[in-house]
Write a new protein. Structure first.
Length: 242
């Protein structure tokens, strides 16, 4: 937990922050005003979580594709427990492409949806070998051709592997974007992504999404009826749309 959070827990409010911006939820906000507010949210989250990164463990691009497929309806922690076992049996793209779905499913079953995930992983690795020579492509269009890869997965690869601007709309990003009033009651990942592209500078986009995950886990949690606003570094910028 960050020093700011510890201090806030002791004092009951985030250091140097106003308690809230209740009026924000009661007025119409222009796009220009929302951009300015988003820029400050980006700045503060960057200060609060300077060393952000993807919470899935991987050391090769194709392994990130595997992990993000396994992470559907599963925790990152569980995925990181399963992937070393998977790679001990199938250490390369080619090995996974040649493996049977049953063999893959046997290992990945604890991540849930074992049959469909095994099918997608095998098909994805097969296409990587047959079409791309085992190299993960670096464009949205080509990534979306891969079995089991949607926009969220493709953006994660583009941002984390290739350093390109990317908006990864995972559950934390969608939940916090609504709560902070960056989007208005929108739960569709693609629509949230499009809305955030209007607000977040491209060079900050990928790390911003990682920081939304950090903040969603450390402070603005989903498990409590009301989040820990007293410890929040952006409390005075947030309309708190629970």
């Amino acid at each position: 937990m960050s020093a700011a959070v510890n201090k806030a827990n002791a004092t009951g409010s985030a250091p140097g922050r106003k308690p809230d911006c209740a009026g924000l939820s009661k007025r119409s906000e222009s796009l220009r005003a929302r951009k300015m507010r988003a820029a400050e949210i980006v700045r503060r989250l960057k200060e609060e979580y300077p060393d952000t990164h993807c919470t899935l463990a991987y050391d090769e691009a194709w392994k990130l594709l595997v992990s993000v497929r396994l992470a559907a309806q599963c925790t990152d922690a569980r995925v990181d427990q399963i992937t070393p076992v998977l790679y001990a049996h199938f250490p390369t793209v080619e090995a996974l492409a040649e493996a049977s779905e049953d063999a893959i499913e046997e290992i990945v079953r604890p991540c849930g949806l074992g049959r469909s995930k095994a099918r997608d992983i095998k098909a994805c690795m097969t296409m990587l070998m047959e079409v791309y020579g085992g190299v993960v492509p670096d464009t949205m269009e080509e990534l979306l051709r891969l079995p089991g890869v949607g926009r969220k997965s493709a953006n994660l690869v583009l941002g984390d592997i290739y350093g390109k601007p990317a908006i990864v709309t995972d559950t934390h990003c969608i939940r916090l974007s609504n709560r902070m009033g960056l989007v208005d009651g929108e739960k569709d990942p693609h629509k949230v992504e499009k809305a955030l592209w209007q607000l977040i500078p491209p060079e900050e986009s990928n790390d911003f999404c990682h920081r939304m995950v950090d903040h969603g886990r450390a402070v603005c949690t989903a498990r409590t009826a009301t989040p820990n606003c007293g410890a929040c570094c952006v409390a005075d910028l947030c309309p708190k749309k629970f």
